[in-house]
Each structure stands twice: as structure tokens, then as C-alpha cells.
Design a protein around this ligand. Structure first.
Ligand SMILES: *Cc1c(COP(=O)(O)O)cnc(C)c1O
Length: 411
């Protein structure tokens, strides 16, 4: 047997090696990041960029926040993995602090966002059978069109995006899809078998789409009246990103379950969780669900520090203040190709008109100007800098955004 790689196994630029050896499930911008600090990253040529994506909101604390690096190093010197076969000294305190932050009763620690969503779905189904009395294996969960809940088979089963799902069936049954922001459609979709309504308070991946004012509040009222759980996917919108601890707090809503992740790991480690009421999460018994890495001491030490930094550095308030400034600044730019600027806190989408020729070329032009952001869907540029970004950095970056938006010509 010979391998195709031959002798030049090691040769090639990092981009060439990634293209050759990695599956092509992303289309990254042609920049190779070598180091990072705060809101800045540097490429292999030493060029500096402002990070305007924040790893899809997993870097709200900025890159390598000193307190998170220190917390991680401290824990590295003690113990990193135990498995849930034993207790570890960090998990109990982490879950207590996480529940306090979320104003909830119980949490179940996982690693990635998709796993937190899966956990929420399993919890909702179990609640439907054990508490609501739905006949076993007949529970339904309502989700919204244009959602994004991750990449597992179940998460793509409830997606309406062809690219995410078309080649990956057969799909997990038991879901109904209603339009995002449509309370009447939600109400009409509820049956005696409905376990939960799973929704993102703001659809980030589908293009930073906001629900109509009052939608979440009304969805809460409808689900409560019908005996249906409200499960919120705040993986991207939670932990201060939209200017409150959770996006649902803008409407004074408390769900039964949260899925959270991304910045829970402080930008240094994957940490996620399902967090909710005792009525729901209290139903799990040993062996029904788990994760090798979920709740490991390194993750829990990092998660604790992540929450402390969010609070002590007032990052949600910062997101609200800087986000309001940023929205106003972007809206003031006179560019005929911009259709709409929308968002909450430091999660902002600039939707371009079709004649702009797609958001990708704008992201490439911004990259050349030292600004890293990414298109989401065809025509939306997402601006989501770390919440720790300095006002001056933001202002300087907006000068460059303005010059790119003014300079770019329709294709
Ligand atoms: C990122 C994200 C997920 C998936 O998280 P992973 O860590 O990539 O599995 C799920 N839901 C939302 C809203 C997200 O933004």
C-alpha cells in the first residue's frame, strides 16, 4: 500500500495543508491567525486585525483574557479530567454559580452548543412523558423556520436550510416548524402532544434577524397556558452579547430551559450546558444521559471565571452601550447597497441589497483593511466584536468600514 501523500507530507503553507488534509466543510477567508490578544489577532506575517466575529460570539471576553488564562493554568496544575464516575471539586460550585447567573434551579454540563441543544430536547421529551402524560415516543417539539441549533443529525432535522440538511437524512422525527416571530402560528401548532417550543430569541446565523417586539413575551404566555415548555437557545445571544445577560431579558421572559455555550468557555475552552427548572432537569436519572468531558474540572474552573469576568467587568452593560453607538454609526453611513442595519447589543447585521454582489466580497475588502468579519448567508455582514473591545478601537474600525462601504461598487 502506498499513500497518496508521498514525501511532501509536511510541505505547503498552512492554507495548502488545510485544503489538502482537511474536509472542506468551511470556506474561510484567506488569513492565517498565529496569535491574538483582546480584540486583536495577528497573522503569520505579523499583520494586525480587529476581530469582528469573536468566533461567532464564543470570544465575548476577547482573546486570551488574562483572568481566563490564569484560571485555566491554575486548574491545569491541579486536575483536568475525572469523568463523572467521580466528583470533582469544581463542578458543584460551577453549577451553583451558573444557576445563580441564569436564575434557574439545575444545570447539566456538556461541551458544545449542539450537545446543549440535544440535552434540552431530551429533557423536554422526558418531561412530556413523565409529567405531561404524552404517550411514549409521541412527543412533538415546535421550532422556527430559519433556525440554527447546531450540526448534529437532530439539529439539522429541524433546520429549514437546504444546505445544512439536504444530504443528511433520514431525519429525526417529532418536530413541527412555524414561522419565526408568528405567535398565532405557534398557538395553532400546539397539540396535546407538544412538549416544548425551542427558539432563538434572535436568529443570529440566519442573518441577525430580530423577532417582532413582544413575540417572546407572547410565546411565553401561550406556552405557559398550554402546558408547553419554553426552551431558549441562547448559545450565541446569551451571556451579555445582546446587552443583557440573556436576550430574553429584553422582554422580561423566563424560559423553562436554556441552552448555553460559546462564551461560557471564556474563549479558551469548550463549555456548554442545559440550564433549567427542577421540574424538568430533575427528571434525569443516572445513566440516561451523559458526556465523557462534560463537567470536567478544567471546563468548570474556566466556566466559573468566565461568569465572574462577565459580571465584574460589566460586559453586558458594555455591549448595550457600545452596541447602541455601533448601530447608530452604521446607520449613518450613506451607502446605497445597504438595505438594513439591525441588531441588539454587539450582535449586528448589515444586510446588503442583491446588487451588492454578496457579503463575501465586502468581508474580503474589510480583511484587506485589517478587519475580520464573516458573511452570514448571502447578503448579511455580521459585526460581533468581543465585548471587551475599546471604544477607540471600535471607532477606528468603523472609519474603515465606512470607507469600504462607500468605495465598493455594485457588480
Ligand atoms: C453556535 C450555535 C449552536 C451550536 O454550537 P456548537 O458549539 O457549534 O455545537 C447552536 N445554536 C446556536 C444559536 C448557535 O449560535
Amino acid at each position: 500500500m502506498t499513500t497518496t501523500a508521498g514525501t511532501d507530507r509536511q510541505s505547503g503553507t498552512p492554507i495548502e495543508l488545510a485544503e489538502r488534509w482537511g474536509a472542506h466543510n468551511y470556506a474561510p477567508l484567506p488569513v492565517v491567525i498565529e496569535r491574538a490578544e483582546g480584540a486583536y489577532v495577528w497573522d503569520t506575517d505579523g499583520r494586525r486585525y480587529v476581530d469582528f466575529l469573536s468566533c461567532y460570539s464564543a470570544l465575548s471576553h476577547g482573546h486570551r483574557h488574562p483572568r481566563l488564562v490564569a484560571a485555566m493554568k491554575r486548574q491545569l496544575e491541579l486536575v483536568t479530567l475525572t469523568s463523572r464516575a467521580f466528583h470533582n471539586a469544581e463542578m458543584g460550585p460551577f453549577l451553583q454559580e451558573l444557576c445563580a447567573y441564569c436564575d434557574m434551579d439545575m444545570a447539566l454540563p456538556m461541551n458544545t452548543g449542539a450537545e446543549a441543544v440535544e440535552t434540552v430536547l431530551k429533557a423536554a421529551r422526558k418531561w412530556a412523558y413523565e409529567v405531561k402524560g404524552v404517550p411514549r415516543h409521541e412527543a412533538e417539539i415546535i421550532v422556527c423556520a430559519d433556525n440554527f441549533h447546531g450540526r448534529t443529525i437532530t439539529a439539522v432535522s429541524l433546520s429549514t436550510e437546504e444546505l445544512y440538511r439536504d444530504d443528511f437524512g433520514p431525519f429525526t422525527p417529532g418536530f413541527r416548524i412555524v414561522p419565526f416571530g408568528d405567535v398565532a402560528a405557534l398557538e395553532a401548532a400546539i397539540t396535546p402532544r407538544t412538549a416544548a417550543f425551542l427558539v432563538e430569541p434572535l436568529q443570529a446565523e440566519s442573518g441577525v434577524r430580530l423577532a417582532p417586539e413582544g413575540f417572546l413575551r407572547e410565546a411565553r404566555a401561550v406556552t405557559r397556558a398550554a402546558g408547553v415548555l419554553l426552551a431558549l437557545d441562547e448559545i450565541q445571544t446569551g451571556l451579555g452579547r445582546t446587552g443583557r445577560r440573556f436576550c430574553c431579558h429584553h422582554e422580561g421572559v423566563k424560559p423553562d430551559l436554556f441552552a448555553i455555550g460559546k462564551s461560557l468557555g471564556g474563549g479558551v475552552y469548550p463549555v456548554s450546558a442545559a440550564v433549567g427548572t427542577r421540574e424538568v432537569l430533575g427528571l434525569f436519572t443516572p445513566g440516561e444521559h451523559g458526556s465523557t468531558f462534560g463537567g470536567n474540572p478544567l471546563a468548570c474552573a474556566v466556566g466559573r471565571e468566565s461568569l465572574r469576568v462577565l459580571e465584574e467587568e460589566h460586559l453586558a452593560e458594555r455591549a448595550a452601550r457600545l452596541g447602541e453607538w455601533l448601530l447608530g454609526r452604521l446607520r449613518a453611513i450613506d451607502c446605497p447597497e445597504v438595505k438594513e442595519v439591525r441588531g441588539m447589543g454587539l450582535l449586528i447585521g448589515v444586510e446588503l441589497r442583491p446588487q451588492a454582489g454578496g457579503a463575501r466580497r465586502y468581508c474580503e475588502a474589510l480583511m484587506a483593511e485589517g478587519l475580520l468579519c464573516k458573511e452570514t448567508h448571502e447578503n448579511v455582514i455580521r459585526f460581533a466584536p468581543p465585548l471587551v473591545i475599546g471604544q477607540e478601537t471600535l471607532e477606528a474600525a468603523m472609519e474603515r468600514v465606512e470607507s469600504v462601504l462607500r468605495r465598493m461598487k455594485p457588480v
